[in-house]
Design a protein around this ligand. Sequence first.
Ligand code: F6P
Length: 365
Amino acid sequence: MLKSVTRTIGILTSGGDCPGLNAAIRGVCRAAYDRYNMSIIGIANGYRGLIEADARLLKPEDFSGILTRGGTILGTSREKPFKSRKGEYDSEVAQDKVEIIKENYKKLNLDCLVVLGGNGTNTTGYLLSKEGLNVIGLPKTIDNDIVGTDITFGFHSAVSIATEAIDRLHSTAHSHNRVMVIELMGHKAGWLALYAGVAGGGDIILIPEIPYNMEAITRHLLKRARDGKSFSIVVVAEGALSVEEAQMEKKERKKYREKTAQPSIGYRVAREIEEATGMETRVTVLGYLQRGGIPSAWDRVLATTFGTAAAELLARGDYGKMVCMRGNEVGSVSLEEVAGKYKAVPPDHYMIDTARSVGTCMGDE
Ligand code: F6P
C-alpha cells in the first residue's frame, strides 16, 4: 500500500561548492524519503533555480551513490536575491526576485526549503523565513567561518587537501633551500590556513585575524637560517593583511595593493620576504583545488549527520533553524543567530597557542 506523502521539501545548494555537499544531500534525502516518506524537489543552481523555477522531483536513484562524489549534483550559484535591497523594501529588482521566489515556493507546493550553504546562503534563508517561508539550513563551507557551529562540512576535506600540498612543498623547498609561500582560501577568516598550517608544519602562518609585520617574519626566517634550517614554509590565508594595510580604509588598501602590482597576498608577502632577507622565494596559490574532489571520511560522516539531523527538524516542523555541531553534540541554532555574521578565529583560540608552542611565527612577534 502506497504511504501518503507527509511533506514536500525543496533542497538547494548555494555559494562556493565543496567536498561533502552530495553526502549532505544524500543524508537529507534518504532520511526524509525513507523514514518520513517526504517528496523531494531538487532546485538547480542555488537560489537562482528558485527564481527560474528550475526544479525537478528527485527519485531515490538521484540521491543514491553520491556519498563520495565531489561537487553538488544540484549545481550552485552565488545568487543573492536580497542583495540590492539594502535593508529596505524599495528596490524593485530585489522585490521582484524575492516575490518570484515566494511565488515559485507556492507553485512547487513546498512545505519547507532546505538550503546547504555558507554565511550568504543561510542569511538569505533567514530573510526568506522572515518573508514567511519555512527554511532549514545546513552549514557548508571550506572556510569554517559560520557562527553557531564549531565546524562546517567541507572544512576537513580542504584542510586535508592543503596539508598534502604543504607536505609536497616541504620536499622541494628543502631541495632548493628556498622559502615557499602557499596561499590558501579564507577571505575573511583564517581557520583553513591555521589548521592546515599546523597540520603541515608551516613555519609561519598568516591569517586575517592577526595582521602581520614583515620585521617579525624576517627575524623568524633569519633565525631559522642561523639555526641551520635551509628552507621555510609560509602558509598565508588569502585574506591576510599587514599591520599597515589593517589601518587603511578598503579603498586605500585597494590602491596600495594595485601599486605593488602583485596578483595576491601570497605574491606580495613573497616579494617582501625576498627584499628583506635575500632568500630565494617561490609562491603556490592552491585556489580551487581546496574546493574540489571527493570528501574526506570525516566530512562524509559530518555531512551525513547534518543531513539526517535536518530531516528530523523537517519531520518535527522545527523551521527557521540551522543544523550545527557544538562540542560533540549535533543540534540546531536559529537562523537569526547565524544571519549576517561570520566566525573569525578568536585571538585567544587554543590553535593559535598550539602553533606558537611548536615555534610557529604568526607574523606578529
Ligand atoms: O566561500 C568559500 C570560498 O572558497 C572562499 O574561501 C573563497 O574566497 C571564495 O569561496 C571564492 O569564491 P568563488 O568560488 O565565487 O570564486
